[in-house]
Design a protein around this ligand. Structure first.
Ligand code: ADP
Length: 720
């Protein structure tokens, strides 16, 4: 009996297609091949091998690449993720292969360089290629053609004319093997107990998930290092994935890995240069990279023998990818580990309600670390009631906060002022006519950035210089800035403390990751007195001289329709307060609030997380929201409001009838227009017993809309 191969292409096609296998071609699942697709030849991956019943005339697989194929568990993960995320498997495969610029790994691809001999005949297209070459490092012909925007024939012509030459890429240097036997720090008794539990899970083999639930500064990293060492020891080629939020910003943690295991880990994030990306991808695919530290997209790496996945700061909302392929990296990491039979460690000082509920029910092993290492104690958290201590108009720092700052600075210690608002002012309006400056596309408020003199839409990136006259009534110099952003708080702090060294820490910083690293270094060394920062300052940093955290607006984030708003605010405030007093000096956090009785804030002050969670849990349970029910959103967008409206009604009509499903909408989402596309949203709530993915898959199959209408399914949406 002959064999036929199902080939999956990294394209938005509904399924894999069957092909005949030529005599003598030895194929395995996961192999990279070329096969005819329509009128062209396309690269794809062998998805399945079966007996050919000979009833259909099949086209033939054209070529098999020698490069290492995808592991079986990677193939199964693609199928699982496609079903779960309501996506075509080809689109998930595309995400997996994105590590390879040319989509497929092929050491047989020739790379090119300039010879320095210009071609005898020059054309505009050839000139484009020669220009593009200066920015490329060892590109393939396809990369050159794409970069220069020409056909690959032009590249070939230049090779024949002697201006370009092919050469063999020197083999990528392998990642050095980490040494799991190197000793770590001497663990406290509490840490050692937690580490033992994790090591036991890893040693047991098979899928198991632990929640490492330790307060800020409890030494969680050192504890999961032990689990990593165990995973490396347990299998000669075992691999470990460590997910970190905002990896581009967390250089100091990378150094801790290098120190602990005596070798640099493989690092993966979207900012890697193509050559490095290819190298890391291949080393992982071939099982040689043993420790991989990555941003959320690293859940799509082609592991060969995953033994352990660690998700640090597992509650972090940046694990949710909301553009393109929509997914929650923590959830996918757990699913991937299940397929590979690997252990999972979720670590956080403020675990998500989902994970805590799993830990309480016994699905996850609960590993608590209730106190800080060494002599460090948790910061004292107090509120400042703004109803009694309102700063004068146009100011945001209350007298008690300024007094505390003064004491801290006098003691030679550092202050962090936290406000989760970038820019100078969140609103610019006309004093004469009341006109608000909004983005033309989205009607969202434009945020003033005073350092750059621009008004910016934080949703789309639209920006314009701040005008001198009101675009509505024409009044001159009437536009006024309302409310504070971090820039404005820094200005106010400077007015109070003219001698202090004050710096801003937000994602708007010029100079990117390198500037962030330098700023963190200066802060660690005590060269900054007052740091004024957004979310990005709240995460993971260890600033030994920081003893006072002032939260400018603790109420920000509590409003709005997001069912996770309370949980998010609580998590952010615990994290930011946790920056204080991490070394031998005790820290304190002062929260300015109009609502000190709010459950999230009261629980924070009392240090009573469980009281807060009980309230949260009860309300989620009553509404059957996650984790008690499941939620999905269906977003419909079109080029006019009317078409979006009609398409949404049509999509809603296609929804299959099923028990245990409730559908709300169509409604206008929080941002009704983005980049010129009008949006409508349906929310789907499913009882836990319902197979929501199957339901959404059936729904999607019934949706027939023209290409100008986009219909996007989002499982476990984060904001709506
Ligand atoms: P967490 O992730 O829980 O906030 P970390 O693992 O980052 O905590 O540890 C906080 C700080 O304490 C780090 O500087 C770390 O090096 C240090 N530390 C952790 N465990 C120990 C230990 N057993 N002995 C000495 N220092 C430790």
């Amino acid at each position: 009996m002959k064999v036929c191969a199902s080939i999956l292409f990294p394209l938005p096609l509904p399924e894999a297609f069957d092909y005949a296998v030529p005599e003598g071609m030895d194929l395995s699942i996961g192999d990279h091949v070329v096969a005819p697709l329509g009128s062209r030849a396309a690269r794809g991956v062998v998805w399945d091998l079966k007996q050919d019943d000979g009833k259909r005339a099949l086209k033939m697989v054209a070529q098999r690449y020698d490069a290492a194929g995808l592991s079986h568990t990677t193939v199964r993960f693609v199928d699982w993720a496609a079903r779960y995320l309501v996506q075509s498997p080809g689109m998930v495969l595309r995400t997996i292969l994105r590590g390879e610029d040319s989509l497929m790994p092929s050491p047989t691809d020739t790379v090119y360089r300039l010879t320095g001999r210009p071609p005898a005949r020059m054309t505009p297209a050839r000139e484009k290629v020669l220009d593009a070459m200066s920015a490329l490092e060892a590109p393939t012909a396809a990369e050159i053609a794409r970069e220069a925007g020409v056909s690959s024939g032009v590249v070939k012509g230049l090779v024949e004319a002697g201006a370009l030459e092919g050469f063999d890429l020197p083999k990528d240097p392998p990642f050095p093997d980490p040494d799991p036997e190197r000793p770590g720090l001497d663990l406290s008794e509490l840490q050692a107990g937690a580490a033992d539990t994790l090591k036991r899970l890893v040693r047991a083999g098979g899928f198991q998930c632990a929640l490492l639930d330790g307060v800020t500064g409890s030494g969680k990293t050192e504890v999961y290092f032990e689990a990593i060492a165990e995973a490396l020891k347990s299998a000669a080629n075992g691999q470990v994935l460590v997910l970190l939020p905002e990896i581009a910003l967390t250089q100091s943690i990378l150094k801790r890995f290098t120190d602990r295991f005596g070798a640099d880990p493989a690092v993966w994030h979207s900012g890697l240069p193509p050559k490095e990306r290819r190298r890391v991808w291949r080393e992982i695919n071939e099982g040689r990279a043993r420790i991989v530290i990555g941003a959320r997209s690293s859940v799509f790496l082609p592991f060969r023998n995953l033994r352990l996945a660690v998700v640090d700061e597992e509650h972090d909302p940046t694990y949710k990818q909301s553009d393109g392929l929509i997914y929650q990296a923590r959830d996918l990491a757990v699913a991937r580990a299940k397929i590979d039979g690997a252990a999972v460690v979720l670590a956080s000082a403020t675990p998500s309600l989902e994970s805590l509920v799993n830990a309480r029910s016994g699905r996850y092993v609960h590993v608590p670390l209730p106190s800080r290492v060494g002599t460090a104690v948790l910061p004292r958290i107090e509120t400042i009631d703004l109803r009694q201590h309102a700063p004068p108009s146009g100011r945001w720092l209350s007298d008690p906060l300024v007094a505390a700052m003064k004491d801290t600075l006098a003691a030679g210690e550092q202050v962090l002022l936290f406000l989760n608002r970038r820019g100078y002012a969140p609103l610019v309006l006309c004093r004469d006519c009341g006109h608000r400056m909004t983005a033309p596309d989205t009607q969202t408020m434009l945020v003033e950035h005073r350092f750059t003199g621009m008004l910016v839409c934080h949703l789309t990136g639209f920006s314009m210089p701040k005008p001198d006259v009101c675009p509505n009534c024409g009044a001159r110099d009437s536009l006024t800035s309302v409310g504070p952003g971090v820039e404005r708080i820094a200005e106010e702090a400077a007015a109070h403390f003219p001698g202090a060294k004050i710096e801003l820490f937000s994602s708007d910083m010029a100079g990117g990751a390198e500037a962030v690293r330098q700023l963190v270094d200066r802060m660690e060394r005590g060269e900054i007195d007052i740091l004024v920062g957004t979310q990005i300052a709240a995460k993971g940093h260890n600033f030994p001289h920081l003893t006072l955290v002032g939260v400018v607006d603790a109420d920000l984030g509590l409003a709005g329709g997001d069912p996770r708003a309370g949980e998010r605010t609580y998590q952010t405030l615990v994290q930011v307060a946790g920056r204080a007093g991490r070394a031998d000096k005790p820290g304190r956090a002062l929260l300015q609030t109009h609502d000190p009785e709010h459950e999230a804030i009261a629980a924070l002050v009392a240090g009573d997380r469980d009281a807060f969670l009980d309230v949260e849990r009860a309300s989620r349970e009553m509404l059957q929201l996650p984790p008690y029910g499941r939620l999905a959103s269906v977003m419909i967008s079109a080029q006019s409001e009317d078409r979006a409206e009609r398409a949404a009604a049509e999509v809603a009509r296609c929804a299959p009838n099923a028990d245990g499903i409730t559908i709300w909408g169509p409604a206008e989402p929080r941002y009704g227009v983005i980049r010129g596309r009008w949006r409508r949203r349906l929310l789907v709530r499913a009882e836990r017993s319902v197979d929501l993915s199957a339901y959404l898959g059936a729904w999607r199959a019934r949706v027939k809309q023209p290409p100008s209408v986009r219909v996007t399914f989002d499982v476990e949406p984060y904001s709506f």
